[in-house]
Design a protein around this ligand. Sequence first.
Ligand code: SME
Length: 165
Amino acid sequence: MLKVFKNIFIIFARHTLQFMKKTEKYQLLYEQIKALLGKEKDEIANMANVVAIIHEAFRFWWTGFYRVIDNELVLGPFQGPVACTRIAYGKGVCGTSWKEAQTIVVKDVHEFPGHIACSSASQSEIVVPIFKENQVVAVLDIDSEKLATFDETDKEWLEKIVGLF
Ligand code: SME
C-alpha cells in the first residue's frame, strides 16, 4: 500500500514540476529523490534515477555523473548527448571540482580555462562533488545550452541532493 502512495507521489510530482519556480522545484525534487532512493544501496541504479529526475524536471542539455575510478573520472549514468568517457584529475571543470573538492559554477564555459567541450552547444555548467568519508568519489555534472543557467540556488540544492547518496 505504501508503495502505491509512493508511486502516486512520484507521478504527481512529475506533472507539477513544470509550473514551479526553481526553489520550489528543487524542494519537491529533493523529497521525490529521497523517496526514490529509499534504502536502495546500488550506486549506479541510484545515479541513473537521480539523473533522469533532474534532467526531466529542468530539461538541461546534459546531466550526468562521473565516478572516481583508479585515479580518473569515468563516465557514469547520464542523459543527453554522448560525452567524454574519462577526465583526468584537475582537468576541465569536473577534474577541477574533484581536485578542489568543491562545487564549481561556470556562468560561461568559454571563460573557464581548460574547460572540456564534450558538446559545442554547452554554454554554462555546474559540477558538484560527492563525498564518502571525506573523499570525493564522484561528481554530478550538469550542462546548459544557455549562458549563466546556474547560481547559488542550484549549488545549494544539488549539494543537498547528492548528500542523499
Ligand atoms: N565540460 C566538462 C566535461 C564533461 S561534459 O561537459 C559532459 C569539463 O570541463 O570537465
